[in-house]
Structure formats: C-alpha cells, structure tokens
Design a protein around this ligand. Structure first.
Ligand code: DAH
Length: 356
C-alpha cells in the first residue's frame, strides 16, 4: 500500500509539472501505458490472496481514476493556456490608425478637373451631356458650319475611319462641339448643357497629344446674349481658380459655328518665369466662345429668328495644368504610376467647391 501512496504522489506531481501536451502524454504512457508504473502494479494482483487483492485492487483502481482525471484536468488547463497565448499573440489593436494603402487607386487629374468643371456649371443650372467619340461628318463638321474645303477636314488633322459602303467616312470627333448639334436636335430650348469628353487629332508633339479632352458648353433660349456669356464664364474662372477676382478679356476671333466669336484670356503674371493666375499685366488664353451661328441653329431645325444663345469650348488638359502645376502635357497619358501618385487625387479626399 505504501507503494501506491508513493506512486500517487509521484505521478500527480509529474502531471502538475507537465509544461505542454507532449510532456503530459509521456507521463500518461509512463503511468497508465502497457508498460506503465500503475499497469505494472496491476500485474502483482495475481500473486495476492483474495482479501489483499480486493483491497489492493480497489486502491489501484482509485489511483488509476485519480491519475486519469488529473491528466484530463491538466490537459484542459494546458489547452486553455495555449489558446490564451495564441489569442494574446494575435490580438488586433483596432485603435491603431490604418496604414496608407499603397495599392489604392488615385483619381486622374483629368477626371478630377472634369468633375470640378461639371459641378461648377451644374451649380449654374447646366445639365451634363455626352456624345459618341466616333462621329459622322454631319455632326462633327457640316452642321457646325464647317464647309467641305475647311482645313479642319484635311487628313493631317482628322482621324478618319475606313470608308463605309455608301462611301462616307466616320471620324474620331475632333472636338466636343458635335454634342451641341446632338443636343439641339433632340431637345427643345431652353437648353443649358456642359459636355466633357475625349477628342482626337492627328497631332503629336510637346503640346499636342493625339487624344485629349475638351469640354463644351451650350446655352440656347430666346433671350440669352453675349452679356450672359461673359458673366457665366467669369463666374466659372473665379470658382475654378478659387480667386475672388480674375481680370478677363475677350479677343475677337473666328470659329465657323459662332458669330461673333471670341477668345477668352485671363490675367496672369509671368514674373521670374513663374506663372501666377489672377494678377499681373500678362494674358493667358483659356477658351474659345461666341454666339451660336444662325446657320448652326438652322441645321439643327431651330428657327434663328426665334432662338439664340452662346457656346464655348475649352481644353481640359490645359486648365488642369494651370491649376495643378503640371508642366508637361504628354505625362497625362504616359500611364506612369509615380506620376499619378504625385498628381492624382486620393478618393474621398478630392478638393471640391465646398471643402476647397
Ligand atoms: N470646337 C472648338 C475647337 O475645338 C472650340 C470652341 C470654340 C468651341 C468656340 C465652341 C466655341 O463651342 O464657341 O477648337
């Protein structure tokens, strides 16, 4: 019986000291396994007389149960401790600020500038309009009072698609002005639209890319005159460049689809080679505009005796470069991620009219 007592103390102490599940399993085998210490004592039972065997047998069984349940408990404790350690090790601190996501996309300055222009004119009551990049001769030229012999139709300027069965050739639109035509054909005045989009010309050098962007504006009703044009465009440049005052001037110009036609300049300074908009004694051309030509109205089925209005067209790259200090036009379309990271806008963090 002393043997049993000694073994109980020994095994239970071992169980308590086991540091992990593997050590515990070794202890189980060394006590209860086939060649284990308790199993070994069982074998002595055969040599005992019945009274002794009963007493010894009961004590041994009790020891076996006790050891088994001690092993179970220790196993549970070790498993809990292991889980606890893992949970602590893997805990996420949800209060840490997130790392800037390097793989997050940026908004291209062209998209950003289009959004700004559309929202500024949107505030003035202009609706967004769009037209196809592939145009026909009528919408891109004829209806805009550009006669067949006009230089804009020459091969070096315009991208022509292969001749169709009827001998006509579609073009990649050379400006956004065809959206004026499509709008006047499909809507009854009053019309107020702003139409941004891609435009194409067979031209490529420092200041020209074969694909670029323009935005077209058109207002048609019965009374709109040149004063409205001036007020509207002045309001636009002040809001776009975020300036309280901007000197502007209108130079007489020529476009086949407007009469009179003008180019709008904004005041700037170029002192020390640095361009500053809104002050100084220099001028910078930013857009073309004019009163819609009676022939254009007529080509769209509107009576020029009844309707009138103004139109304007502006290069988006150019005014994006001016506002955001982007020096080289060609970089807009190089698809260089470093450039985009530098000049692009973080989504949800873009400047707008309300937040500046
Ligand atoms: N379509 C002209 C161009 O591509 C720009 C333009 C000038 C548009 C005057 C207009 C306008 O609507 O009135 O150069």
């Amino acid at each position: 019986m002393e043997n049993i007592e000694a073994l109980r103390e020994e095994v239970l102490a071992e169980v308590q000291k086991a540091v992990d599940l593997a050590a515990l399993e070794d202890i189980r085998i060394s006590a209860l396994g086939k060649k284990g210490r308790i199993t070994g004592l069982m074998k002595n039972l055969g040599k005992m007389d019945p009274d002794q065997r009963r007493e010894f047998g009961q004590a041994l069984n009790a020891l076996k149960d006790q050891v088994a349940s001690a092993l179970d408990m220790r196993k549970g404790d070790l498993e809990n401790a292991a889980l606890e350690a893992r949970l602590t090790g893997e805990r996420i601190d949800v209060t840490l600020p997130s790392r800037p996501d390097e793989s997050a996309g940026r908004i291209h300055p062209i998209s950003q500038t289009i959004d700004e222009i559309v929202s500024i004119f949107g505030e003035m009551g202009f609706a967004l309009a769009e037209g196809p990049d592939i145009e026909d001769d009528f919408h891109n030229f004829t209806a805009l009072n550009i006669p067949p012999e006009h230089p804009a139709r020459e091969m070096q300027d315009t991208f022509y698609l292969p001749e169709g069965e009827d001998g006509s050739r579609l073009v990649l639109r050379t400006h956004t002005s065809p959206v004026q035509i499509r709008t006047m054909q499909s809507k009854t005045p009053p019309i107020r639209i702003i139409a941004p989009g891609r435009t194409y010309r067979s031209d490529s050098d420092m200041t020209h890319t074969p694909m670029f962007h323009q935005v077209e504006g058109l207002v048609i009703d019965k009374k709109t005159h040149m004063g409205h044009l001036k007020g509207c465009l002045l309001e636009f440049v002040k809001t776009y460049f975020e300036l309280d005052e901007v000197p502007v001037r209108y130079r007489p110009s020529f476009f086949p689809f407007t009469e009179p036609s003008a180019e709008m300049d904004i005041g700037c300074s170029r002192k020390g080679g640095e361009l500053k908009i809104g002050a100084g004694d220099d001028w910078l051309e930013i857009l073309g505009c004019g009163m819609v030509h009676p022939r254009v109205l007529a080509a769209c089925g509107l009576d020029p005796e009844e309707y009138q209005g103004f139109a304007f067209g502006m290069g988006i790259e150019r005014i994006a470069m001016l506002k955001y200090g982007i020096p080289d036009l060609r970089t807009f379309f190089d698809t260089d991620l470093r450039w985009l990271k530098h000049y692009g806008f973080v989504p949800l963090d873009v400047p707008n009219m309300v937040r500046g």
